[in-house]
Design a protein around this ligand. Structure first.
Ligand SMILES: [Cu+2]
Length: 126
């Protein structure tokens, strides 16, 4: 009778340890999911380049593949966003107009304003 009780206790202890492990694994998975969710939300956040005072800001912008970059013109004269190899080209952007492009291929993209050739910028995608 004493032996049986002891065996039951050992079995109960094992079960508890097993459950604790299961709970820990579930929490770990949940935490991992939340972290993944958080980082995917961060990746989806809009990436904007402001055009102001004849300047693209930031002039050099590093983004992961798949990022949509948006340029917004805050100047009171028109500007354009034209990629050097014609991979993308905006129309003339009036004040507060914007232009977006999604970068699906890694690489370095140099661009300029076709109305003011000294206005240049660079997007580095990796
Ligand atoms: Cu311009």
């Amino acid at each position: 009778m004493m032996m049986l009780t002891k065996r039951l206790r050992v079995a109960a202890a094992r079960l508890t340890a097993g459950r604790a492990l299961l709970v820990a694994m579930t929490l770990g998975t949940l935490t991992g999911s939340l972290i993944a969710l958080g980082s995917s939300l961060a990746d989806d956040a809009p990436k904007s380049i402001v055009i102001d005072n004849f300047t693209f800001s930031p002039a050099e912008f590093k983004v992961p593949v798949g990022t949509t970059v948006t340029w917004v013109n805050h100047d009171d004269i028109p500007h354009t966003v034209v990629e050097t190899d014609k991979k993308f080209r905006s129309k003339a952007l009036d004040t507060d107009d914007s232009f977006s492009y999604t970068f699906t291929t890694a690489g370095t993209y140099d661009y300029f304003c076709s109305l003011h050739s000294k206005m240049v910028g660079k997007i580095v995608v990796n």
